[in-house]
Design a protein around this ligand. Structure first.
Ligand SMILES: [Zn+2]
Length: 180
């Protein structure tokens, strides 16, 4: 891998999705620009670069700052006495948060997996919900949502889906760990 590419990971879909969830679409642009630049930038510069209003950039930066992803440095302008803010992105914090979030999602899927393997599920033909035997029996095998009769639900396909989802997520996590 060329030296310039090292420690660059904002382009990973997993990371972009996370940034979007924190600060909207513009958060991806802000982080990408900061990563490329490699040093602190002003909100004006970001606004110009991304063709957005400075207020919009500030909103994004504040959201990122709230999660500890963006940080700023305040310096006094000697000419006019105003304060200048320059912003940076804490990439280590992004990695930390993304890995945390992924781990949680993987664990939730694993719980579902165990559940699917060990219990018998029932569902109506509309597939409103998949209920375990005990609960389906309480409803006398009538779907609580649409009233249709519930039959046993084949969980095999669902388990395969969950399995490949987990594999995919582990792969993404591995990729991030390698680049970060
Ligand atoms: Zn139903």
């Amino acid at each position: 891998m060329p030296l310039s590419k090292r420690n660059c990971f904002i382009h990973l879909p997993l990371v972009q999705e996370f940034l979007r969830s924190v600060g909207g679409e513009a958060a991806v642009g802000v982080a990408t620009h900061c990563e490329k630049k490699g040093k602190r930038v002003t909100d004006e510069e970001l606004a110009k670069k991304m063709k957005l209003k400075v207020t919009e950039i500030r909103t994004v930066l504040n959201r990122l700052h709230y999660r500890g992803i963006a940080c700023y440095k305040k310096t006094k302008n000697k000419k006019n006495g105003w304060y200048n803010y320059t912003w940076g992105i804490k990439k280590r914090r992004i990695v930390e948060l993304v890995l945390e979030e992924q781990q949680e999602s993987i664990e939730k899927l694993e719980v579902k997996q165990v559940f699917g393997k060990n219990y018998c599920f029932f569902s109506c033909k509309n597939n409103c919900a998949q209920l375990p035997f005990e609960i389906a029996a309480e409803y006398r095998f009538k779907c609580p949502e649409c009233g249709e009769i519930m039959g046993s639900f084949d969980y095999t396909k669902k388990l395969q889906e969950i399995g490949s989802q987990i594999t995919e997520m582990r792969k993404e996590v591995g990729e991030l760990k390698k680049l970060a």
